[in-house]
Design a binder for this molecule. Sequence first.
Ligand SMILES: Nc1nc2c(c(=O)[nH]1)N[C@H]1C(S)=C(S)[C@@H](COP(=O)(O)OP(=O)(O)OC[C@H]3O[C@@H](n4cnc5c(=O)[nH]c(N)nc54)[C@H](O)[C@@H]3O)O[C@H]1N2
Ligand SMILES: Nc1nc2c(c(=O)[nH]1)N[C@H]1C(S)=C(S)[C@@H](COP(=O)(O)OP(=O)(O)OC[C@H]3O[C@@H](n4cnc5c(=O)[nH]c(N)nc54)[C@H](O)[C@@H]3O)O[C@H]1N2
Ligand code: SF4
Ligand SMILES: [Mo]
Length: 718
Amino acid sequence: MSTKVKTFCRNCSALCAMEIDMEGGRMVRARPDGSASPYGAYLCPKGMAAVEFHNGAEGRLLESMARQVDGSFAPVANDAALDAIGSKLKALVAEHGPRCVAVYHGTGAYRSVLGGLMERAFVAALGTPNFFSTMTIDQSAKWVTMARLGTMASGKNALRDCDVALLAGGNPLVTHQGAPFALAESGAPARGFEAARANGCKVIIVDPRRTETARYADLLIQPLPGHDAAIFAAIAHILLREGTYDRAFTDKWCNGVEELRAAVAPFTPELAAARADVPVEQIELAAKWLGEGRRVYAGSGTGPSFSTHSNTNDHMIEVVNALCGGYRREGDRMRNPGTLRTKPAFEMAVSPSRSFEREPKCVSEDTGQLLGEMPSALMPKEIMADHPDRIRVLIVFGGDPLMALGDPAVAKPAFEHLDLLVSLDCRMNETAKLADYVIASSQPFERHEISIPGDALYPEPFAQYTRPVVEKPAGCLHDWEFFWALAGRMGVPLTFKFWNYGLNFADIPEGLALSATEKPDPEALCRFLAANSAVPFDELLNHPEGVRPEMPPQYVQPASVTSGRLELMPPDVAGELSGILGEDEEKGFAYRLTSRRILHALNGAFRYSYEAQRRYPVNYAYMNPQDMAREGLADGDPVEIASETGAVRTRAKAEGRLRPGVISMTHMFGPLVSTGDPEADGGANVGQLCSLTKVLEQVNFMPRFSAIPVNVRADRSR
Ligand SMILES: Nc1nc2c(c(=O)[nH]1)N[C@H]1C(S)=C(S)[C@@H](COP(=O)(O)OP(=O)(O)OC[C@H]3O[C@@H](n4cnc5c(=O)[nH]c(N)nc54)[C@H](O)[C@@H]3O)O[C@H]1N2
Ligand SMILES: Nc1nc2c(c(=O)[nH]1)N[C@H]1C(S)=C(S)[C@@H](COP(=O)(O)OP(=O)(O)OC[C@H]3O[C@@H](n4cnc5c(=O)[nH]c(N)nc54)[C@H](O)[C@@H]3O)O[C@H]1N2
Ligand code: SF4
Ligand SMILES: [Mo]
């Protein structure tokens, strides 16, 4: 018998509403469901393929695995695995204290809502500062900027409200990565851009590649990668030179305009244009539009955050936004004040926290936390440190940190040095292959979920709750069950809370004290999370398509308490800028390798789906056709790409969208260390070209994932 079930996709933060056709208790097809969704009917190819992913196209684990003495894996019952992990953890914590335990939160963990909150409760109750996530090997430059520049509590302007909007190094049409950092609506991104342009918004894109998103650009600047700090310093230079910056805003909320003026004085548009190899007129035009704009947005995706000087890049992009007053202001309408948790917004500056300068700090470097997290790229050093507080246990939740960190020659020996490595995942990924235990987790359609990750991101107020669409296999555990059961075995009492970024877990007043023996009911946990929702939980239950509530319009209010100030040019950033001014071009490498993402996979996940395999038998090295001609390469030729750290083999692919001097490849393909045969490997891990010891940023120790100096040569061995 065929039936239809409404639920939502959890492959990315867009959380698109979907309807699933069921036959004989099995999911057979997913369709977009626009009946209540704030995006209208929309599913991207990963959403359309969600059923294929679910039904096991990808080597799903149906039972947990324990490593044997000979290194092989054998199935293990979850209770036995939890007993063993719990007693080992308990003994290690008793001997070395809670700091010896680290948790890494990967991409697969973000939309496992109950799992993520149970993980936070576990980490808080255990009292370890060693919480890591992909955020600190992704765009932690944005957190560094918040910590050094401060933030406006009212948030940035929404795309549809802007008259000038700039996006540097992001491609939301493919990635669906939008607010709060990048310019886009995460679901149905094209509709957001179309609506903004219909309102008269001018869109500026800064990217070495003419991205799919650049279709909406009124001005496309295609720089060499790694020069955003210089480009945006030059834009700031022009805004200050012309006096077109928003002086009322800077007078009210900013310190350091004169320090900024001095720091960007040498960054003339001509200098930035020469370094980035773009026409100077383009930089002048971008600055002109930004200066003329009344509602401006300047922000970035991963490009600048991955590149050389990432922290300075992101700081200068935010400085340009601040010079344009690119934040919601008193009296502005809040398009989405949140539904499950509605928050009033205030026009108010939050002064820089400089949290990284305080304890708790890492043991291997003099740096502390950003939004409660330690820098992920320091994990290997924190494991290898000759220090009583070194990391001895790592629990990986929905991630593949060995692939994500890069530089396997440094990272792999460190992971092997751990006393205990546990991976909680639906698949046996590259990190899991080194683990002592791999706990088979349930998959999204087997879980209860409430739309917390989308709550503040939807373009309008919206909330959705779903029960499991299908039962989880008997051998799998829900992510939340794992953390709950582990805490129980360790005798660590858990309090379940509605945590969100920016909150200190211990300071959240409301919480559910959980029994160590009586397993919580997941629906009761979701009901608790919806306690202050603008839509009562029972209404969500009755509307599986989601609810778009009628809310009275909310406006940004004046500051309610004494406000802080943004620091436009703190001395450390000024020092970084003058370092950039004086530095020479890295010699000996003809190209710069950039990152890119593909529509049919999400980092390491879905790589083995039918469509991804068909389109990407290897991760191609995309090159400008002129560069290929110069190198004597034809489309599809085997090539070797070499950096200072390593080399990978793949095939070249011509792409006129890419500017000359740049090669573009996707991460997370193939095994951790390539065999040299990219076809047999299913691609090559570009992490082998990255370094965990050279060119790391201060503060967040971000490795360089873009603008990596490389050479290319024809690979005549194949
Ligand atoms: N389909 C799909 N969606 C995804 C993902 C996926 O793997 N697949 N991954 C998810 C994750 S984890 C993330 S973090 C987001 C990322 O989302 P995005 O940031 O939108 O990711 P990319 O598409 O890689 O866009 C980065 C862009 O930066 C450009 N770039 C590279 N270096 C520089 C530079 O130095 N300066 C400038 N100005 N531009 C530069 C690149 O050419 C590229 O177009 O996407 C998420 N969504
Ligand atoms: N060279 C280079 N390195 C990079 C990048 C790059 O562009 N270039 N990108 C960086 C970025 S932005 C990121 S975000 C990281 C990504 O790094 P990670 O997030 O560590 O890597 P993924 O491969 O996305 O791992 C996600 C895992 O989650 C699992 N999973 C999916 N759903 C669930 C679930 O519901 N429960 C559980 N328990 N597991 C689940 C998947 O099977 C998969 O193994 O890589 C970073 N590293
Ligand atoms: S945009 Fe994200 S949530 Fe929407 S269908 Fe695609 S993967 Fe799923
Ligand atoms: Mo990411």
